[in-house]
Design a binder for this molecule. Structure first.
Ligand SMILES: [Zn+2]
Length: 895
């Protein structure tokens, strides 16, 4: 298929092809407005033909007795001869006798028939020499109807049909005739008991009846045949529409890759009236003919509106000598007039006619250009070119194109001759990212067509587009319906190949939940005897989709655990599907939650072997599920991954999975330790708040379950507390010698002087001369220093102050502030001060890291001292305590 837009096509330049376009144009000029394809006349004084069937005469108006005679004769008649051209569906209420089975006894009937034939020929515009041949006698009763379709090969010589409706009372049974897109309806019920009517119609027209509502209808049917034509010739009366058909056939076969051709219509139309039904005069005949015929030749018919603004005739370069002028057209669907695409560019050599040159219009615009700029056109293009209108800048309406294609596929029997074209079109469209969401009805139609034609890849493609999008009972029912019908026809129920229907559907990543629910719907709607087989096929598919899903969420896991997984196969599901998927995606959070969910099912009794499964999962995945350093990241502990780990440990402890917990904690230490191998490494510096909560939480949990002391737990606690908790301990203030104070200057000139004073061990007071005292006062708190104004040497711009040190006050303040900090700092450790932790840490580490033995003035330190004193009283030896814990020695111990 050509990728480019139709405007650039130039494949159809050879002479032969231009010739066939001329032929098409002239055949379109010749096509008659199908006003005259049918003709009806009432004959109030018609004679009675006097129908004889076997030995009986059928009375008119028709009676019940007469009808019985005909029915009887129909039953006796040989069943169906092979050459009949009628399609009769209301068969149970229709009886017919072919011409050999009855006689018309009235000698005046033939002259009446001649009159009827002459009227019909005049009415239909038949000028050739014709003959009339009896065809059949047809009786229709309530509920019955009759259809007649032209079959080309058998009716080469046939020009028209003539039906004579004999007096017989009936209601309903409207007759519809269709020809070249034009429709007529006739009602024979009025005065049907007394009236004879003759209806003639072109043999190319389609004849349909509504069901007869009551009574009976009796008709004599004749064929009108061309006397001069022989059975094998096609030179019978040349129906203009057939010539158009032949011309289209020529064009489509000789120039199979032409992109589009334009036939300019006689009239101009406002946008709203550019629709088949509203075309005027000869334009209507052209539109009807193309609308009827195009699909049968693999072509598509559009109406087009030439765009005034975009028409740029005569100005472009014409190197080749031919006119390459471009003009832009808005494409509308030929039948409904709905928008298809805009700004579709055409060149002048895509035109197949020039109404002005051809003397068709002597109207307003003398120039070709003038007409083009406002004109309307009929456009034909090969069906396979439809997708080319989808590309920008043509501003195509995807949905309308799909509808147009479907209409052809479903409603135009003639389109069935070119299924491959439609397949290409639909495939290309389905592959497009702009493919619209199909309505359930449309979805079902396309699907049925694709399956009917065995275009399985298209069938799969369409399903796969929809099945993961949403839960969709209507569309899934359509699939189930197709499956039911197909299996009814073809398959051995014992060996259904479900992949036939779905094999290509799940190649791409799909939403697990939607697919599962949708497959369930299909399963519910297929025949009962297929359900078990479907179930067996569905399971591995679901597992496959789950494993392949690009990103999993808790909803997926939860849904799988609670809704999909049958209890008896749960271990299989977990090991073959959940675990590999979670591991592959490195989703330790989901893995942890999944185990928790499973253990929850043990708790509520909904899955008997939940504990065993969870244990198995951990055995396979404990390295993935274990704590990672980065798990502490997050705004808050509750939303961090570490909380998920803690919950996992909690669930496991609760379920008594001790070994699993040991494996998880060991693996966690293995994960965390390397990142802290360097003694100064603090990868979690920002997360100390989360770490604190986690350790308290985990510590409480282990204590409550009296979990055995294992070295990995101990190491995790020690490491995290040392680096991130204990390290934040406040430093006890330094007592400075003599009158020395801490430096308080900001670095400015006056502060340098100030610092010198503060640093001095011996200076008690000093003198400052400053213009503005506020800076100085802001650096020296009033309760540690005293300001005395020196009244002498007063100058307007200078003040002189004595500043005095107050001895011991500074240290006292620092110590108070330190004590407050220790109080705050120590709060954290209270939750960890218990026998369990003492056992876990061991005496020395517990005293140091939890009791804060070396943190001056801490409550823990005091308690230890009291305990030591008590022990001494009892004569027991306790390890000596150091008095203070300065910064340097603390750092040393941390190493
Ligand atoms: Zn300063």
């Amino acid at each position: 298929m050509e990728e480019e837009a139709p405007s650039t096509n130039s494949a159809d330049k050879d002479q032969a092809s231009s010739c066939c376009w001329d032929e098409l144009a002239s055949s379109l000029y010749a096509v008659k407005s199908p006003e005259s394809f049918s003709y009806i006349k009432t004959y109030p004084c018609a004679v009675n033909p006097v129908i004889q069937v076997h030995e009986d005469i059928i009375a008119l108006p028709l009676t019940g007795h007469g009808a019985e005679i005909i029915k009887q004769a129909d039953k006796n008649a040989n069943v169906q001869n092979g050459t009949q051209v009628a399609l009769d569906e209301g068969i149970n209420s229709v009886w017919k006798l072919d011409a050999k089975k009855f006689n018309l006894l009235n000698p005046d009937w033939s002259s009446f028939l001649r009159t009827g034939l002459d009227d019909a020929c005049e009415g239909l515009g038949i000028t050739e020499s014709v003959d009339i041949q009896p065809y059949e006698l047809l009786l229709c009763e309530q509920g019955g109807f009759y259809q007649w379709r032209h079959k080309m090969r058998e009716t080469m010589r046939m020009v028209a049909m003539l039906a004579i409706y004999l007096p017989s009372a009936h209601q309903g049974g409207e007759i519809r005739l269709r020809y070249g897109g034009k429709r007529c309806t006739f009602d024979t019920s009025k005065s049907s008991m007394f009236t004879t009517r003759a209806l003639a119609w072109s043999s190319n027209a389609a004849y349909d009846e509504e069901k007869l509502l009551s009574g009976r209808r009796l008709m004599l049917i004749y064929k009108i045949v061309d006397k001069s034509a022989t059975e094998n010739s096609s030179s019978h009366i040349d129906q203009p529409i057939e010539i158009v058909g032949r011309a289209l056939h020529q064009c489509a076969t000789k120039v199979p890759n032409f992109s589009a051709k334009i036939y300019l219509l006689d009239y101009h139309y406002p946008r709203v009236e550019l629709i088949l039904d509203k075309l005027k005069g000869h334009d209507r005949a052209v539109g009807d003919a193309l609308n009827e015929l195009c699909a049968g030749h693999g072509l598509h018919f559009f109406l087009g509106r030439l765009d005034t603004q975009r028409t740029t005739l005569g100005s472009s370069a014409t190197d080749s000598g031919t006119c390459e002028s471009l003009f832009s057209v808005e494409l509308l669907d030929g039948f409904h007039g709905v928008h298809i695409a805009k700004n579709v560019l055409f060149t002048k050599d895509q035109l197949i006619n020039d109404p002005h040159r051809d003397g068709r219009v002597a109207d307003i615009s003398p120039s070709f250009r003038g007409r083009l700029s406002r004109g309307a056109a009929a456009i034909i293009c090969p069906t396979i070119h439809l997708p080319s209108y989808l590309y920008p800048p043509q501003n195509a309406n995807f949905h309308n194109i799909i509808l147009v294609v479907l209409r052809d596929i479903v409603y135009k029997p003639s389109a069935q001759g070119h299924p491959g074209d439609y397949l290409r079109v639909l495939r290309e469209m389905v592959d497009s990212t702009h493919f619209p969401e199909l309505s359930p009805g449309t979805f079902s139609k396309v699907l049925k067509w694709a399956w009917g034609k065995r275009y399985v890849s298209l069938f799969w493609k369409i399903i796969s587009r929809e099945i993961g999008l949403r839960v969709d009972p209507e569309r899934m029912s359509a699939i189930a319906h197709i499956i039911n019908a197909d299996i009814l026809e073809n398959a051995d129920i014992a060996q259904i190949q479900w992949d036939r229907y779905f094999s290509g559907v799940f190649c791409h990543t799909q939403d697990f939940k939607n697919v599962t629910l949708n497959l369930e719907i299909v399963q519910n709607r297929i025949r009962d005897d297929l359900k078990l087989s479907f179930e067996g096929w569905k399971k591995p598919i679901q597992q496959h989709i789950f494993r392949k899903k690009l990103s999993l969420n808790l909803g997926d896991v939860d849904y799988l655990l609670h809704s999909v997984m049958p209890a008896k196969e749960s271990l299989d599901w977990v090991l073959n599907c959940i675990v590999p998927a979670l591991r592959a995606q490195d989703r330790r959070d989901l893995l942890r939650m999944c185990i928790c969910l499973l253990l929850e099912r043990r708790e509520n009794g909904s899955l008997a072997n939940a504990k065993e499964i969870a244990d198995k999962i951990i055995l396979y995945t404990y390295r993935t599920a274990a704590l990672e350093t980065v798990d502490f990241d997050g705004e808050a502990y509750l939303s961090s991954l570490a909380k998920g780990f803690r919950d996992l440990i909690g669930s496991c402890l609760h379920a008594g999975l001790k070994t699993a917990v040991i494996m998880l904690l060991d693996a966690s230490w293995t994960n965390i330790a390397p990142q802290h191998a360097n003694p100064g490494a603090l990868p979690l510096k920002e997360c100390s708040a989360n770490i604190k909560e986690f350790l308290q939480d985990l510590g409480g949990l282990l204590k409550d379950h009296n979990f055995p002391y294992i070295s990995s737990t101990k190491e995790i606690f020690k490491l995290l507390i040392r680096r991130y908790v204990y390290a934040e301990a406040p430093t006890y203030p330094e007592k400075l010698p003599g009158w020395t104070h801490k430096l308080r200057g900001c670095g400015c000139e006056i502060c340098l002087e100030l610092d010198k004073f503060l640093q001095s061990e011996f200076l008690i007071k000093t003198e400052f001369s400053v213009g503005d005292t506020s800076h100085l006062k802001s650096r020296l708190p009033r309760d540690v220093f005293r300001f005395v104004h020196k009244p002498t040497e007063q100058r307007a711009d200078l003040r002189v102050y004595w500043v005095y040190k107050i001895k011991g006050k500074e240290f006292q303040q620092d110590a108070e502030s330190y004590n407050e900090q220790v109080l705050e700092f120590e709060k954290y450790f209270e939750a960890l001060r218990n026998d369990y932790m003492q056992g876990l840490f061991g005496e020395a580490d517990y005293r140091h890291l939890i009791m804060l033995e070396k943190v001056q003035n801490s409550e823990g330190q005091k308690q230890l001292k009291v305990a030591a004193a008590a022990a001494r009283k009892k004569g027991l030896r306790m390890p000596p305590l150091s008095d203070s814990d300065d910064e340097r020695s603390k750092k040393r111990r941390l190493k």
